[in-house]
Design a protein around this ligand. Structure first.
Ligand code: ADP
Ligand code: MG
Length: 710
């Protein structure tokens, strides 16, 4: 009997297998067809030839023409990965790096992390067999710290260069140097050949050995951009050749509003349903400014869908934004089930970074969330700003990829004509401390003289040098200090947080600081839905501390760890443990995704600090010690209450308010002196993540900045 059973099983298993095989084969055929029909497919040979002929090449092509997914595969097939070398492709956005890598792995029919992989901060899905590696531009900069020649790469493709993120700009300058250094090393190696003939001389033999260690091949650079104007890049790379991939763009009808819209989310919602009811089949892509807006739009759509008359077509939503968990990111690419219309709710990530098939209608309210930084006040602002003309064109273009489409611009035609032509590069509007630290760590000491494509202002550079000097990352002659500066550059964190970890190991509260920094590195941990505000506030009180937010964050982390530990001790399965954590988060109004992310960040940074030899000690319940440590770490971010009872920052005298999300916002009496981690302008100047400190600690713990008051 057992024999029979097993035969039966094998048979049915085998049946299933052939079915799966057939389905697999079908989907492979479909993918192959899709790839062949992409505009870049017809110019494969030409592009490969151009790459062979030119050390630096600029590739310009319409979004969706296949640059990001196909080019690396062409180059792989053309033999650019011989001797285990790697093709690196940088993306400004994490989500793009992940989703594209997944797609390309699928196209190559390989397991993700093998031939095709990706690497982003806190997540490395590559192996020694990875040959096509997608990564964020910031991550490649970090790799350059470990290997200044980036020697494992035969080609580096800087993708989405038109976005001009600060990392892209720094990378372009750096890659120019690396390329030069690698070709110089080849010349040297060549000269070493002569030495070979007369190896008696001891000195010369050691030179030979050094030269052999520098056996580098030239580095090919490809700069890819969706913006048609390649002149800037070409000039920057000494007149590098630019090639244009002809896109396939169908006509897109542009519709403007007659009047300016006062409430753009509301106008977006109305337009979605108007399209759904009045227009023919085809998916909708609506551009919103951020996660919260996307989530609330998602809810509103679901409410309205229920009110649709019975028998009408159905609507499903697919959100995509940078903090979407990686399992959900791919959902947006799935075709809508038959009888459904898909509404993609996206941030500007869908402008050029990811191409989603099936879109016929685009809704462009005309707004984007922009981070900007004022080096003089240290104020960072996250404001919803008007998009540029270039962005408006990219957005409308998304409607005409597969056939004629329509773009609904929720602004007037004259408003369009007044938009800026293009966006100001991020390097001109961000805090440069991180950039300066990284360049210093790369051995580039003359920051003001660095060959930036567009130079940041002198004030911004000087301010960040001052900050790093005060933090002890630089010596008096502005060299990277040993060990502090080097340690700070090694950690994949904002310099302020890196410094805090180093300080904390001296204060014997590294365990607490590690938690605080991990929790501060993710999106908001507390979650307060509008309809359950009171319950959420009550839940928050359970973790809150009269001393401030940092301790509250440590409390949340520890409570969640306890919840996990209990389950782990009970030997529950991993999935069940996660489920329990998820439930615990819901009950306590904690953002599960953010907490999960913070736990990952925690374990990664823990590895780094242990590797650096820092002592992982805890101050136990001595929160006074922890607050003193916070003061010694964040002394540049202090605000004091003046006689008029309002807070002013000590750095610039800026007037600020404690953000309503802070546990200190309701506490009375208000503390006289606080440290904070974020200074943001939303509706007014706010400080976020705030802790009460004693002003007398300042001259004691940060004498380099606060001279003792006499
Ligand atoms: P480009 O970089 O030129 O904008 P891509 O290489 O990103 O173009 O995209 C090429 C094609 O691949 C597009 O038609 C897009 O729809 C498709 N594509 C990309 N990623 C995915 C994915 N994850 N799932 C399905 N299709 C995808
Ligand atoms: Mg692309």
């Amino acid at each position: 009997v057992p024999n029979n059973v097993s035969t039966q099983n094998q048979q049915s298993g085998g049946g299933r297998k052939t079915q799966d095989d057939r389905r697999n084969q079908q989907s492979r055929q479909w993918i192959l067809q899709q790839r062949k029909s992409l505009p870049v497919a017809s110019v494969e040979k030409w592009i490969v030839e151009e790459v062979k002929k030119n050390d630096t090449l600029i590739v310009v092509g319409e979004t969706g023409s296949g640059k990001t997914t196909q080019l690396p595969q062409f180059l792989y097939n053309a033999g650019f990965c011989h001797d285990g070398r790697v093709i690196g492709i940088t993306q400004p956005r994490r989500v793009a790096a992940v989703t594209v890598a997944k797609r390309v792995a699928e196209e190559c029919n390989v397991e993700l992390g093998q031939k095709v992989g990706y690497s982003i901060r806190f997540e490395d899905v590559t192996s020694s067999s990875t040959r096509i590696k997608y990564m964020t531009d910031g991550l490649l900069l970090r790799e350059a710290l470990l290997d200044a020649y980036l020697s494992k790469y035969s080609i580096i493709i800087v993708d989405e260069a038109h976005e001009r993120t600060v990392h892209t700009d720094v990378l372009l300058g750096l890659l120019k140097n690396v390329q030069l250094a690698r070709s110089n090393s080849i010349v040297k190696q060549h000269n070493c050949g002569d030495v070979d003939n007369n190896t008696q001389n001891h000195n010369q033999t050691s030179t030979l050995r050094a030269c052999q260690a520098l056996k580098y091949t030239p580095l090919k650079l490809i700069i890819m951009s969706a913006s048609l104007d390649a002149r800037g890049f070409s000039e920057y790379f000494g007149g590098a050749k630019a090639v244009y991939v002809q896109g396939r763009q169908y006509p897109v009808e542009i519709l403007y509003t007659y009047q300016p819209e006062k409430d753009y989310p509301d106008a977006t919602l109305i337009t979605i349903f108007q399209i759904h009811i009045e227009e023919g089949p085809g998916d909708i892509l609506a551009f919103l400014t951020g996660q919260e807006e996307i989530e609330s739009m998602d809810r509103l759509i679901h409410e309205r869908v229920r009110q649709l008359p019975e028998g009408s077509n159905k609507l499903i939503t697919a959100p995509i934004h940078s903090s979407l968990p990686s399992e959900q990111q791919m959902n947006v690419f799935k075709p809508a089930p038959s009888g459904f219309r898909k509404v993609i709710l996206a941030t500007n990530i869908a402008e050029t970074s990811v191409t989603i098939p099936g879109i016929k209608y685009v809704i462009d309210p005309g707004w984007v969330k922009v981070r900007s930084y004022n080096p003089v006040t240290g104020m960072e602002s996250l404001t919803i700003s008007e998009i540029s003309k270039a962005q408006a064109l990219q957005r409308s273009g998304r409607a005409g990829r597969e056939g004629p489409g329509k773009c609904f611009r929720l602004y007037t035609e004259s408003a369009f004509s007044e938009l800026k032509d293009s966006t100001v590069p991020e390097i001109k509007r961000c805090n440069l401390a991180n950039v300066v630290l990284q360049l210093k760590a790369l051995g580039i000491d003359d920051i003001l003289g660095f060959d930036f494509m567009e130079k940041p202002s002198r004030t911004a550079i000087v301010k960040s040098l001052e900050q790093l000097l005060l933090q002890g990352a630089l010596t008096d002659d502005c060299k990277l200090s040993d060990p502090v500066g080097h340690q700070m550059a090694r950690l994949p964190l904002d310099p302020m947080y890196s410094k805090a970890l180093i300080v904390a190991s001296e204060f014997k509260c590294l365990e607490e600081m590690l938690i605080a920094v991990s929790m501060l590195s993710v999106e908001s941990i507390f979650y307060s839905p509008r309809d359950k505000m009171e319950e959420a506030n009550a839940a928050k009180k359970r973790f809150s501390s009269p001393e401030g937010d940092h301790i509250a964050l440590v409390n949340v982390y520890r409570a969640s760890a306890e919840c996990l530990e209990k389950r782990n001790n009970a030997k529950m399965k991993e999935k069940a443990v996660e489920k329990a954590l998820n439930k615990w988060c819901r009950e306590n109004f904690i953002n599960y995704r953010a907490l999960r992310h913070a736990r990952d960040v925690h374990s990664q940074i823990k590895g780094h600090v242990e590797h650096m030899g820092l002592v992982l000690s805890s101050c136990g319940d001595d929160m006074l010690q922890f607050r003193r440590c916070l003061t010694a770490s964040f002394f540049l971010n202090v605000a004091r209450r003046g006689p008029d009872r309002s807070y002013r920052t000590t750095a610039s005298g800026q007037s600020v308010h404690i953000h309503p999300s802070s546990v200190l916002s309701e506490i009375k009496p208000k503390p006289d002196c606080i440290i904070f981690n974020e200074l943001v302008y939303t509706t007014q100047n706010y400080v976020r993540n705030v802790t009460r400190i004693d002003p007398l600690w300042l001259p004691e713990l940060a004498p380099q900045y606060y001279a003792a008051e006499s």
